[in-house]
Every structure is written in structure tokens, then in C-alpha cells.
Design a binder for this molecule. Structure first.
Ligand SMILES: Cc1ncc(C[n+]2csc(CCOP(=O)(O)OP(=O)(O)O)c2C)c(N)n1
Ligand SMILES: [Mg+2]
Length: 559
């Protein structure tokens, strides 16, 4: 491109993405998106990372955005590139992550003009219709002005609470059009709503807390999304109300010294679920209270307690668990509001209760059979050697529950997983995004099944030399589903053990260029972890952790 030629739409996009300090753009190449990728490359400000599957690009953008709080971008070409992004778009939608997805599209004059026509252009796909239900907004710009407006609006909308993904479907000819100055002012309705809270709300909350003997805070993913972890910490420090956390709230709760009881839900720590059950006041912060958190019976969950819910999203407040006090608000402003009484301090019996249960039945004693490697014990040990890591990125399955139950997340560490969607294959690409966005060390915990969904990303990791330590919790089965088959299908392991196999993950990683791989068969080999720690600083490490297929995710709450 000659320097005197006018700026193109693609170049404007590259400038804008750089100006917004997006930590990275993730992509897999394709003709229909190539002009935009080329402009980002030439701008040479935002790292342009090439993954081996568009789904990985989307997960990487999600990981990078979640850990940095800054929007990353994922690109895909038209047709299969766009459809491959769909799972990662859903993941961002359910976990409220403001990623901007941009798909290439065929030339505007090749786009089909009727919904009845299946396809007109080669690799034409109506991705906008496909993702309408899993995005906050979608755009199909047909000229330069629309393309520029779409970018400004999309970025803003993604970043307004409740956060979520947006998609711009950008035809190849529009990418090359000369940029045109346009107005891009958000209309009134799109501006972030502020929720004024009445004095009465605070008197209700204050008296509910005052009258409670066993108050408990339930921390959900909304706390970290609202960047309200320090407000949570100071509220807990002052009031001494203990906390329990969901899968998405584990890292926020990790900031609470001494009063963090643990992980609740279907596979939660026994003592945390008991504390929740025994509480007489539950303050639910940024948490959907989905069936995995409440169990099947809402009545049982609500029994003998008052529930206060604070959430930015009215639909959640009006959701399946009706609270006695519903507060539509951001978490941080609510917790730091001077009208909220923070002087509450009692010796809370829930602390003693949970400690007694923990002493009599620690997490590692939950397994029903003797194991040469207890996954809970192993993961607790892992957290001792990765104190300097930025955090943990965990996939989906039994290993996810073992990690949530036993990893000791430090106050400055993150714990990421695919929460709402529960998408296998999330962890490796998300760690790529997290590592690029933070320029730092991450630990991945994934199962042998999940590893096989995203194994090609080992090439991306090794090519970039990212300091990621990968623990494959290898039970040679889709353990979580096998456990379900034990309970419901007389242990007929269809597709989980029958007709399922695993490669040698060390050989696989070495083929992808990993220099450091280890296999661990028993807890006695933990001495080797020191060696792993040293290797991690130099680049990626893969540890193949052999676990008996008889190990289960326990305790398991009845549904
Ligand atoms: C994309 C996708 N497909 C299927 C599932 C259903 N599923 C949930 S956990 C699981 C098993 C995961 O196996 P593995 O990674 O080996 O973990 P393990 O349970 O053995 O620890 C499956 C198949 C899913 N969550 N995501
Ligand atoms: Mg497995």
C-alpha cells in the first residue's frame, strides 16, 4: 500500500484496535478476512496470533480478555471460519466476556438476497443469523460508513455491563473501501445504565444482616467481571461475614484471608455446601444460582434462610431462585455504598461448622478406593509449586472439579474455566490468550478427552515458547460422563471408554516441539515437581498425570 493512498476500512480497524490497546488479535487465515489481518500486521502494534482452529482463536480471545480486562479480537474467514467460531462466541456470551468477533464475508454483490436461497457466493454463510442468540449485537455493514460505525458501537456495547460478545460480519470488498469519517455517537438507550438504589434497600439489607446469626456471602463470576474484588475484600474484612464461591467466583474468594470457606455446588467441598445449607442469610453476589449451584430442589436450597441477590442483570434477579431482597446493581458500587452497614461482627458458627467437617473428612478422603495417585492431593501439591504463576486455566470434566475443590488459588491468582457453556477444549487456547495478554506464566489442568479437542494448539504454544505448564489428568476415559454412566446406565461406558482411546501425550507434545515432558504415575514422584517448576520458566511443559479410572469427582450432590 502506497503511503499516499487513502486509509482503508481495514486500516481504520487496525488503528482502532491498536488505539483500544487490545492485548491481541487471534485468527486463522482465510481470503475473506486477509485484508483485515494484513492491515493489523502492517500496523504492527497489536500482536496477531495464528491459531490452528478458529474455535481456539475465540477461546484465546476469551482468555486474554478475562485476565486483562481489555477486549481481545478474534477473526475468522467466511463460511467454515465463521462457523468454527460459534462455540467460542457462546462461551463468551454465557460467561459475559466482551470479545469482538470479526468474520470475513464474501463481496457484497455476492451475498444472497433471499433467505430462501441456501448460498450464493463460495463459502458464503449467514453467520449473523446463526449467532443472534449468543451475542449482544451483530453487524452486517455494507459500506465504509456502516463499517466504521459498527466497530465503534460493537466495542462499546461489548464493554457495557452486562458484558458479552459482539460480531461484525465484514465483506471483503468493504474491508478495502476508503475509510470515510462518520458520526459514531451512541444513542441514549445504548449508554450504560446506572441503577440508583433507594435508601430503603439499604435499610432492608442492613436489618437482614443485623438479625442474622449465620450470614454467608456467595461469590459468583460477576464479582471479578465487575472488578469488585477489592470492595468484596474490604466488606468481608470489616463485617467478618465468611464467603463461599461458585466455579466462576473461586478466584475472587481467594482474596479473602481466613474467611474463605470453599467451593459450593454439585461437586463442591462438603464443608462449603454444609455451611451454605446451615446459613440463615445468604448474600448472593453476581451469581446465576443455576442448578449446579442450587441442586435440583430450589425449596431445599432456600429452606430456613433469607436470600439477598445483587446482580446487574434483571433477568437473573427474576430467575429461578426468587430472593427475598433483589438488588439490581453493579457489585462494587453496592458493596462500597456508605449506606451499607459494615460494622457487623459476630463469631460466626459457620466457620466452626465447616472447619469441623473439613477436619473429619478432608477432600482427599472423599475417594471411595485406594489410589496410588489421588487427584485432589496431587492438585493441592501443584498449587504449592506454582505460587508464581498468574493462575490456573482448567478444562471440563472430573479434573475440573478436582481442581476447583483442591487447588489453593492465591490472592493474586486467577482461576479460569468455561463456566456456563462447559466447553471441552477451552483450556489450552484460553491459556494462550492469557499468557499473551499478561506476558506471564499460566498453569493448565485438563483431561485426556479435553486435550484431544485442542491438541493442535500445542503447536501454537511451542512455536511461541509460552511459559505454560500443562497437566493432563489422564484417566484414559471421559471420566465425568463415565461417572454418569455408572450412576444411570449400569456402567455401560459408551463413547467414554468403549470406542475411546488416548495417545501418548508426552510423545504428542514432543512431536509438537515441547522440550520438557514428564509422566507421573504416583504421588511419590512429587519430588520431580521441583524440576517441573524450573523447566516452566524456560517455556512450555507437559506433565502426563496417570490416574486410575476409578477415581471420581466426589462428593456429588444429589440432583
Ligand atoms: C465440546 C463438549 N463436548 C462434550 C461435552 C460433555 N462432556 C463433559 S465432561 C466430558 C468428559 C471430559 O473428559 P476428560 O477431558 O478426559 O475429563 P475427565 O472427566 O476424564 O477428567 C464430556 C465428554 C462437553 N462438555 N463439551
Ligand atoms: Mg479423562
Amino acid at each position: 500500500m502506497k503511503s499516499n493512498s487513502p486509509k482503508t476500512v481495514a486500516e481504520y480497524y487496525a488503528d482502532f484496535i491498536a488505539l483500544k490497546e487490545a492485548p491481541a488479535v487471534f485468527q486463522l487465515s482465510g481470503g475473506m478476512i486477509a485484508f483485515l489481518a494484513d492491515a493489523i500486521y502492517r500496523k504492527d502494534v497489536t500482536p496477531l496470533i495464528t491459531n490452528r482452529h478458529e474455535q481456539a482463536s475465540g477461546f484465546a480471545a476469551e482468555g486474554g480478555t478475562r485476565v486483562s480486562g481489555k477486549t481481545c479480537v478474534a477473526l475468522g474467514t467466511s463460511g467454515p471460519g465463521a462457523s468454527n467460531l460459534v462455540t467460542s462466541i457462546a462461551s463468551c456470551y454465557f460467561d459475559s466476556v466482551p470479545v469482538v468477533f470479526i468474520t470475513g464475508q464474501v463481496n457484497t454483490n455476492e451475498i444472497k438476497s433471499s433467505a430462501e436461497q441456501r448460498q450464493n457466493g463460495f463459502q458464503e454463510l449467514d453467520v449473523v443469523t446463526m449467532v443472534k442468540g449468543i451475542t449482544k449485537a451483530t453487524y452486517s455493514p455494507r459500506n465504509a460508513v456502516e463499517a466504521i460505525q459498527a466497530l465503534h458501537e460493537a466495542w462499546d456495547i461489548a464493554n457495557q455491563a452486562r458484558f458479552g460478545p459482539v460480531l461484525i460480519d465484514l465483506p471483503i470488498d468493504v474491508q478495502q473501501l476508503p475509510f470515510e469519517e462518520s458520526k459514531h455517537v451512541l444513542s441514549e438507550t445504548m449508554l450504560e445504565k446506572q441503577f440508583e438504589l433507594e435508601d430503603e434497600v439499604f435499610s432492608l439489607v442492613n436489618s437482614a444482616i443485623q438479625n442474622s446469626r449465620k450470614p454467608l456471602i456467595l461469590v459468583g463470576g460477576g464479582v471479578v467481571l465487575d472488578q469488585a474484588t477489592s470492595e468484596l475484600k474490604s466488606f468481608v474484612d470489616k463485617t467478618q461475614i465468611p464467603v463461599v464461591a461458585t466455579l466462576m467466583g473461586l478466584d475472587s474468594a481467594a482474596k479473602i484471608n481466613g474467611l474463605n470457606i470453599g467451593f459450593i455446588g454439585s461437586y463442591g467441598n462438603r464443608w462449603a455446601n454444609e455451611a451454605l445449607k446451615d446459613s440463615d442469610l445468604l448474600i448472593v453476589l453476581g451469581c446465576r444460582l443455576d442448578p449446579r449451584q442450587t441442586g435440583g430442589s430450589i425449596e431445599e436450597f432456600k429452606k430456613d434462610k433469607i436470600i439477598i441477590r445483587v446482580d446487574i442483570d434483571n433477568f437473573e434477579l427474576e430467575g429461578r431462585v426468587e430472593a427475598e431482597i433483589k438488588i439490581r446493581s453493579r457489585i462494587g458500587p453496592f458493596l462500597s455504598d456508605p449506606r451499607l452497614n459494615k460494622e457487623f461482627r459476630i463469631a460466626n458458627p459457620l466457620i466452626q461448622l465447616s472447619q469441623a467437617i473439613k477436619n473429619s473428612k478432608p477432600q482427599i478422603d472423599e475417594q471411595e478406593i485406594d489410589l496410588s495417585l489421588n487427584p485432589n492431593e496431587f492438585l493441592e501439591c501443584i498449587s504449592l509449586i506454582h505460587k508464581e504463576a498468574n493462575g490456573y486455566i482448567v478444562d471440563v470434566g472430573q479434573h475440573q472439579m478436582w481442581a476447583a475443590q483442591s487447588i489453593k488459588v492465591l490472592p493474586n491468582q486467577r482461576f479460569l474455566t468455561s463456566g456456563g457453556l462447559g466447553a471441552m477444549g477451552f483450556s489450552l487456547p484460553a491459556a494462550i490468550g492469557a499468557s499473551i495478554a499478561t506476558n506471564g506464566e499460566w498453569v493448565v489442568v485438563l483431561g485426556d478427552g479435553c486435550a484431544q479437542l485442542s491438541a493442535p494448539e500445542l503447536q501454537t504454544i511451542s512455536e511461541l515458547g509460552l511459559p505454560i505448564s500443562i497437566y493432563v489428568m489422564n484417566n484414559r476415559q471421559h471420566g465425568m460422563v463415565a461417572q454418569f454412566q455408572d450412576e444411570n446406565m449400569a456402567s455401560r461406558y459408551v463413547g467414554t471408554r468403549f470406542g475411546y482411546s488416548t495417545p501418548d501425550f508426552c510423545v504428542l507434545a514432543e512431536t509438537y516441539g515441547f522440550k520438557n515432558t514428564f509422566t507421573i504415575n504416583s504421588i511419590d514422584q512429587l519430588g520431580e515437581l521441583e524440576f517441573i517448576k524450573k523447566s516452566t520458566r524456560k517455556g512450555p511443559v507437559l506433565v502426563n498425570v496417570m490416574i486410575s479410572s476409578g477415581a471420581k469427582a466426589l462428593p456429588k450432590m444429589k440432583s
